[in-house]
Structure formats: C-alpha cells, structure tokens
Design a protein around this ligand. Structure first.
Ligand code: GDP
Length: 458
C-alpha cells in the first residue's frame, strides 16, 4: 500500500548559510513539473530519471537568470520519499536559495515541515520507523561509533533482528486461534509444553536485546565519569590529560578545585562527560564542605567512578575507609613518576578487588593505557552483542519491555491452565508492542514525536 500526498513539498536540504553549493529538495506529484517551470522553455523536457542536467534557472515571468544549477530527477517510486523528487544544486548563496524556494512556493509547492521528506518515505514504506530514526541519529552522531551503529540500523539491522520474533509470534497466534476456532483441535499437554518452550526461547531473545541497551545507551547518550580523591592527588591533572588540554586549574595548594568541572570528550567512540570533583575530605572550610557534597552528588550521578590515590605515599586511614563505602569502578595510582611505594598487599587492601591502573598525570605515562582500560570496562559485553544487535534507542527499549511483559503473561497464563482465548490476547499484545518499534503498529503521537525532532529538509 502506498501513501498518496496531494501536495508537493520543498525545502533546503543543506544547512542554511554560505557554502559551495546548496541543495533544494522538491518531493511530490508535481515535483518535476514545478522544477521545469524554472528552466528555459526549450529545456522543459530535459528530465531523465536519475540523470543530472546542468541548466540555467530562470524567473518564470521575467526570465531573469537566477543561477546555473545541477538538477537531478528521481522518478516515483525510486526516490528517497517514494514520490517524484527533484534535487536542485545551486551555488550556496542564501539569497539565491531563498529566491528559488520562494519561486517554487509561488508556483504551488508547500514549505516542508521538519522531517516531512522522511515521514513521506516512511508512509510510502521506503523505510521503516527504525530506519527513519537511524537517519536522524546518523545526522546527529557525535562520534564515529555512534555513526556506525546508526548506519547499521539504517541498513535495517534492527528490523532484521526483530523479524524472526514477529514471525514466531504470528505462527503461535495462528496456532492458538485455530485451536479456538476448531474445538476438536484442542491443545493437548504435549502441544502446550512445546509452545511454552517456544515462548521461553522468544523471551530469552527479547531479554538479550533488552540487555544490550545498557551498552547502547552508553554509546548513544554517553557516560558520566567522575574523578574522585583527596585534594592534591592529581585529579585536575588527570582530568586535563584525559581531555588533552588544560581545562582544570592545577595547583599545589590542596582544595583548589572547589567546584565540579565537566567537559565532554570521547573514549574510542563513546561520548564521555568527565567530571572533576573537589577533593573528598572532612573539613570545616565552608566552600570545601560544599565541594565534598558535590562530590557525593557527582558520584551518585556518575556511570563510572575513578578514585585516585598517590603511588608514592601511604593513603590515610580515613580515605581508605571512605573508599570502601563508595561505588568505585577503577582505582588510579597517580604520580608514578615519583616511584611506587605502596606494596601490593597495601594496594589490595585499599582497592579490595577493584581494577587498578598506574599513571603519571604529570608526564602522561600510562594515560593511553588508562583510556583503553576505561573503554574495555565500558564495553566488556560489546562483543557478545555485536552480531545479535544493540538497542540504542529508549523508545525501542520500552517497546521491548512491553513485549517481554506480554510474553511473560502468556507463559503465566499457559502455566495456570487458562484457555487459548486468554493466552492469545497476550500474544497479540506482544506482537503489537514489537510493531511499535518498526512502525507497523501506528501510533500517531509516536510518529509525530519522532518526525518533529528532524530538521527541515530531511
Ligand atoms: P587535585 O587537587 O587532586 O586536583 O590535584 P592537582 O591536579 O591540582 O595536582 C596537585 C599537585 O600535584 C600539582 O602540583 C601537580 O602538578 C602535582 N601532580 C599531579 N599529578 C602528578 C604526577 O603524576 N606526578 C607528579 N610528580 N606530580 C603530580
């Protein structure tokens, strides 16, 4: 089934501003006809699908030359939107581009709403909802890893992962419904056992996808990484080393970093918000007290906590006791350039099995290895998900949770000996929830929400 829009829409597809070129996109039943009205009369049949023509653009009434442009015509349904599309590459002058768009509107085109090209592509089944979302993710990717995942989703990887689940659910629904329809086909206990097993297999697969979201969320939204430790252990210095620039103030006076600082960088493609906190120490100084409180808040918010201790001198007992109460993912022994005096047993007593890394925030020694350690700790389970799909989108995650709940309800109903009619309701609910991910279950609020986050021209 294809969607039929009465209107032809137009928008600038490249960012606004000055540039080498600017591309205007037209989509809809009149796209070819409207674009040709800007060409010289003798060239009005110049369009051949998928071929670029170089033509002057003329004012339709005054015949004044506006620009020389490259025009590409894509004939429906073989275009991005599934409709007739013309892309007009003009010189990247905001004045020229605005004039061409104004003329196309005066000829009958409508200005496109945000995401309307992709919405039309979705309604024409040129792509499903996960692919439409992937386009937005790809455009807004901030790291190459995010872009890679978005590109995989755009190729339909998530839909491919979900398809066997849907097929299996449909098969089961048909099976149960035929049992309802034809009483003589009543399910015997062997059938029920087999179906229970089948649902359990599906549940395991849905759980696997759901658990990949922990990693997917990290890749998509990034993580908050907090650096904690006593004043003067080198938090600010390490903060600067990790960022590769001087952001935090480094001094030899304890307690300089009174406030928390934060900066964004990426560790092998994972966006990281690095939070440098004021030193943890019980103190009477008002400002520092505030800093200590902020440190605790930062830890509560952080996805990954690094505690820093000095390698060349013994930590005080209070510090050791405090660390034992905090959720620390990695201990860094700093100032290794001054020598490591802490004996292994002493280190073990402090870190209690938590991984450690040795660095010198002054010389940079061990900092690359530390980055790799953080990355491996964050992506420890990445390998196990890379072939089975990684969920990066919260909307998909919630839909999968709903699917899981419905499937679990179906197994509970089966176990409780409920009739086929009851079980089949939950299976339908599971199928409906899966359909929300790809857009087969159409919920207009969701569709609106997704496409209004797009920019105009996409
Ligand atoms: P913070 O209070 O924990 O943020 O510590 P800073 O980063 O401000 O560092 C305190 C002092 O220790 C400064 O004089 C730094 O130059 C020094 N420092 C930091 N890291 C190292 C290191 O790895 N080796 C040496 N020798 N000194 C360091």
């Amino acid at each position: 089934m294809s969607f039929y829009a009465q209107t032809t829409i137009v928008a600038l597809a490249t960012p606004p501003g000055y540039g080498g070129i600017g591309v205007i996109r037209l989509s809809g039943v009149d796209a070819g006809c409207l674009a040709q009205k800007l060409l010289p009369a003798a060239k009005r049949n110049a369009f051949i699908p998928n071929q670029v023509v170089f033509q002057p653009l003329l004012h339709p009434e005054t015949k004044q030359n506006i620009d020389d442009a490259l025009l590409t015509y894509f004939q429906a349904p073989h275009s991005y939107t599934g409709e007739d599309v013309v892309e007009i590459s003009c010189h990247g002058s905001p004045v020229v581009l605005a004039e061409v768009i104004r003329l196309l509107v005066s000829l009958g085109a409508e200005l496109a709403q945000p995401g309307e090209f992709t919405l039309r592509a979705f309604l024409n089944q040129r792509l499903d909802l996960t692919q439409a979302e992937a386009i937005n993710d790809l455009i807004h990717a901030q790291t190459s890893y995010q872009a890679q995942l978005a590109a995989r989703q755009l190729r339909g990887e998530l839909s491919i992962q979900i398809k066997p689940l849907k097929d299996a659910l449909i098969e089961m629904i048909v099976y149960f419904e035929s049992a309802v329809e034809f009483v003589e086909d009543d399910l015997d206990s062997l059938d029920i056992e087999r179906l229970k097993q089948r649902i359990d297999e599906l549940i395991a697969r849905v759980k696997q996808l759901i658990s990949s979201y922990r990693l997917g969320r990290l890749i998509r939204s990034g993580i908050k990484l907090a650096l904690i430790g006593r004043p003067n252990v080198g938090k600010s210095s390490l903060f600067n080393q990790l960022l590769g620039k001087d952001r935090a103030i480094v001094t030899h006076i304890p307690g300089t970093t009174r406030d928390t600082l934060s900066e964004f960088f990426s560790i092998n493609g994972i966006p990281v918000e690095l939070i440098d906190t004021a030193g943890i120490r019980e103190t009477e100084d008002f400002d520092e007290k505030l800093g200590v409180e902020r440190t605790r808040t930062a830890i509560a918010d952080a996805d990954f906590v690094i505690a820093i201790i000095e390698a060349h001198q013994l930590p005080d007992q209070g510090e050791v006791e405090l660390f034992a109460q905090l959720p620390i993912h990695l201990f860094v022994l700093n100032k290794c350039d001054l020598g490591v005096v802490l004996a292994d047993e002493m280190i073990q007593q402090i870190v209690q099995g938590t991984p450690t890394a040795q660095v010198s925030a002054r010389t940079g020694q061990g900092v690359d290895a530390l980055r790799n350690r953080i990355h491996s700790a964050l992506t420890a389970d990445a390998q196990s998900f890379s072939d089975s799909g990684i969920i990066t989108n919260e909307r998909h995650y919630h839909a999968l949770e709903q699917t899981l709940a419905a499937m679990q309800q179906a197994t509970d109903d089966l176990a409780a000996g409920f009739s086929e009619e009851v079980v089949v309701v939950s299976l339908h609910e599971a199928l409906r929830s899966l359909g929300i991910i790809t857009g087969e279950t159409l919920i207009s609020d969701i569709i609106n929400q997704i496409f209004t986050t797009f920019c105009i021209g996409k």
